[in-house]
Design a binder for this molecule. Structure first.
Ligand code: GZL
Length: 312
């Protein structure tokens, strides 16, 4: 081994991070099982690639995300990944990253900026298509007649906006399929249960409800609890449909307490890191959207699918 290789070897052993790619990741929080899986998947992928990952949990607050991104810029990271909590308010900090010549990848929810050059690409599911898929299943399952209670996701979040858009686009063709109650459950189980309790009270103890449509499994699992505590059978007296495909929800479907979900892949780290690594190697033709839309799952295959996904 020559002197130069020995010096590099010694330097890498003393300061390994100095030679690996450093990426800052601003994550929304840990509000749902899906979000936790997403964070774990990104951290595992970074470790597999030897990426020095700086992870920031914003606890669902955009101001924390913006602070984290500014800190990544100040540290001179090689790339930034943002999972934006809401769509608006991103232009200033994205311009700062652009000025610092740091590539930014948006994952999952979107940012509402006119200048698409402010980020490298976005890796996400087509949330509207998720809404359309679940609406088509519900219309068929109820012979085109259903009074629906809707648990919306976080106000201003792309997933909430677009899932509602897709769902409503389909049910608009069926006059007897209607949303009769709608409120945000903030994508959490606790709030989902609380809001479902209020819906049940307002709808003759749930007797006038045909289904609950939750923008994510976490809220649906809270709604299932509320339906059971009201003395009704979830997935029978009141159908339960949702999005995410987390293991707990597959278990609920296998137990006959939920009806359907559209799976949302939490594995967004690999395509995000691919895009940044390609950019750092000089690639400039990264597509503006890399789509990861999932399939619809129902009770028929839930037990088998749960076995594949359960962690313990
Ligand atoms: C959708 C994502 C949503 C999940 C929820 O891609 O933004 O955020 O559906 C999570 O579980 O809170």
């Amino acid at each position: 081994m020559n002197i130069r290789s020995m010096i590099i070897l010694i330097l890498v052993s003393i300061a390994p991070n100095a030679f690996s790619t450093t990426i800052g990741f601003s994550q929304v929080g840990s509000e749902s099982g899906w979000r936790t899986s997403f964070s774990e998947s990104v951290k595992a992928e970074a470790a597999k690639r030897g990426i020095n990952l700086k992870f920031s949990d914003a606890q669902q607050k955009q101001e924390n995300q913006i602070k984290a991104v500014r800190s990544f810029i100040a540290q001179g990271v090689d790339g930034i990944v943002i999972a934006p909590v809401v769509e608006t308010g991103w232009k200033p900090v994205l311009k700062e990253a652009k000025r610092a010549r740091i590539p930014v990848v948006i994952v999952d929810r979107n940012v509402n900026v006119k200048n698409k050059k402010l980020f490298l690409t976005r890796i996400a599911s087509d949330f509207s298509e998720e809404g359309r898929k679940i609406a088509r299943w519900l219309v068929k399952a109820t012979n085109e007649k259903c009074a629906i209670a809707e648990l919306q996701g976080t106000v201003g979040a792309t997933a909430a906006i677009d899932r509602a858009k897709g769902f409503n686009e389909v049910i608009a063709n069926y006059p007897d399929v209607k949303i009769v109650r709608s409120q945000t459950g903030e994508f959490t189980r606790t709030k989902g249960k609380e809001v479902m309790e209020s819906f049940l009270k307002a709808e003759q103890g749930g007797k006038s409800l045909c289904a609950v449509w939750a923008h994510n499994d976490e809220m649906a699992l809270g709604a299932i609890q509320a339906i059971k505590e009201a003395g009704l059978k979830p997935a029978k007296d009141i159908l339960v449909v949702s999005v995410d495909g987390v293991p707990d929800y597959f278990k609920a479907m296998a137990d006959g307490e939920a009806n359907a979900t559209v799976e949302l892949s939490p594995h967004l780290g690999a395509p995000a890191f691919d895009a940044i690594e390609a950019y750092l190697k000089g690639e400039r033709n990264v597509p503006k959207l890399i789509s990861t839309t999932g399939d619809l799952f129902t009770q028929e295959t839930a037990a088998k699918e749960y076995e594949k996904r359960r962690t313990n």
